[in-house]
Design a binder for this molecule. Structure first.
Ligand SMILES: [Zn+2]
Ligand SMILES: [Zn+2]
Length: 417
């Protein structure tokens, strides 16, 4: 079995891995790097691909897939939830970045038509390979992928091994595997203790709101926004919670299929009490009283969050609480480091409170180590989906601690398992 890393090698974004075995070729994810202009993985010939196996809908895993449908129509496999949320994210991506993309809506539609829905732990065949999706615990519908030929390979995609409010965490019983392709986003650091993080976040929200302020929580629309909603509700936050942008439609999808949300009752209760911002006009209502507003984009790169941020920036009683890692250079990172808000090309110093709470949908360092220890038979480990130092650190740890043959592949490198 041969694996080639087409993207996501020593970088976060544009994840893409090509697997070849006998006469079969499958592509694991085909994502996009979201910088000022989108950047794509290395080229593959769509007519030679027997199937695309998509781990989850986030654009760093799905964003380049429509490119493969310009003159061909390869089969694609994904869970139902991945298919539905990928449609939302890709539509939005085409709307915002269309000018820079080599595909349009019609290619996305052809991709969705060719999608076969699969569910966890239900193996299926792609020519010479047997494939199985396994719960990745990252966002509802996310999967790890197990591939069997003469050897067995596991691809983690994005993986969360601990319990969050919505999800129980990844199914780590992947069995024997000869090779593991593992994400390395947080290979260099452990996350803060989850209980304490949730407690301090909800306390901070209460404090601001009970002082008459409003809290903006910029959050990714698929996964994080709904998780934050659940955290607030589960910890007895009694004040208004507003939800804006694509986070609302994602919530509807989550509520439609309880198979993908482990703590469905909590999500459904939180979903019933949350107030949905109704278009642009509704934003005034959300801002009119003390409460929490959860809205994309997570790094303030646009979306309704930017509108709210400009409205709250001058109010010392209000706050902007960032709930994810902020990529250096993004408006969110500038806000956090320098208390400067960039909107409409203008920079202004903000007076509201700004803080970061490091919620994460990725396994932290010890969790990645435990994951690998759990796959005892893995003799070959490939660390991807992380900054260069993170990928090399996880590969080195695997060599030293597990005695494995481990690599932090470069883009374009091929290995035989
Ligand atoms: Zn993801
Ligand atoms: Zn990712």
């Amino acid at each position: 079995m041969e694996v080639t890393f087409l993207g996501g090698a020593r970088e976060v974004g544009r994840s893409a891995v090509l697997v070849r075995y006998k006469n079969t070729q499958v592509l694991l994810d085909y994502g996009v790097m979201l910088n000022d202009h989108p950047e794509f993985p290395m080229h593959v010939e769509p007519r030679k691909i027997d199937a695309i196996l998509l781990t989850h809908s986030h654009l760093d895993h799905s964003g380049s897939i429509p490119m493969l449908y310009i003159s061909h129509t390869p089969r694609i496999y994904a869970t139902r939830m991945t298919r539905e949320t990928a449609e939302l994210l890709l539509q939005d991506f085409i709307k915002l970045s269309g000018y820079y993309l080599p595909f349009e809506r019609v290619e996305m539609e052809s991709m969705l038509r060719r999608c076969r829905e699969v569910y966890y732990r239900e193996p299926f065949k792609v020519r010479d390979l047997e494939v199985e999706f396994i719960d990745a615990g990252h966002i509802p519908g996310s999967a790890q992928i197990l591939i069997k030929g003469d050897k067995t390979l596991v691809y983690t995609g994005d993986v969360t091994t601990i319990r969050s409010k919505m999800l129980d965490g990844a199914d780590t019983q992947v069995g024997d595997a000869d090779g593991v392709i593992i994400e390395s986003t947080y290979a260099l650091e452990d996350h803060p203790e989850r209980e304490e993080l949730e407690r301090s976040f909800v306390e901070a929200c209460k404090e601001v709101v009970e002082n008459g302020g409003r809290v903006l929580v910029p959050a990714f629309s698929v996964g994080r926004a709904q998780e934050i909603m659940c955290v607030l509700h589960a910890r007895g936050f009694k004040h208004p919670i507003w939800l804006d942008g694509m986070a609302r439609r994602t919530l509807d999808h989550y509520l439609e299929d309880r198979r993908f949300v482990d703590n469905y009752d909590l999500l459904s209760k939180a979903g019933r009490r949350v107030r949905r911002v109704n278009g642009r006009r509704g934003r005034g209502a959300a801002l009119s009283e003390p409460g929490v507003i959860i809205s994309p984009a997570g790094m303030l790169k646009g979306g309704p969050a930017l509108h709210y941020a400009t409205k709250l920036a001058d109010d010392p009683r209000s706050a902007i609480f960032l709930v994810s890692f902020q990529i250096p250079g993004t408006p969110g990172a500038m806000l956090l480091e320098e208390k400067i808000l960039v909107a409409d090309g203008e920079e202004r110093k903000v007076k509201c409170r700004v803080e970061q709470f490091r919620f994460s949908g990725h396994a932290g360092r010890s969790q990645l180590h435990n994951y690998l220890r759990n796959v005892e038979t893995a003799t070959r480990i490939y660390a991807i989906h992380g900054e260069e130092q993170a990928c090399t650190a996880l590969a080195e740890w695997s060599i030293n601690e597990l005695g494995a043959e481990a690599y932090a592949p470069q883009k374009g490198q091929t290995y035989t398992i």
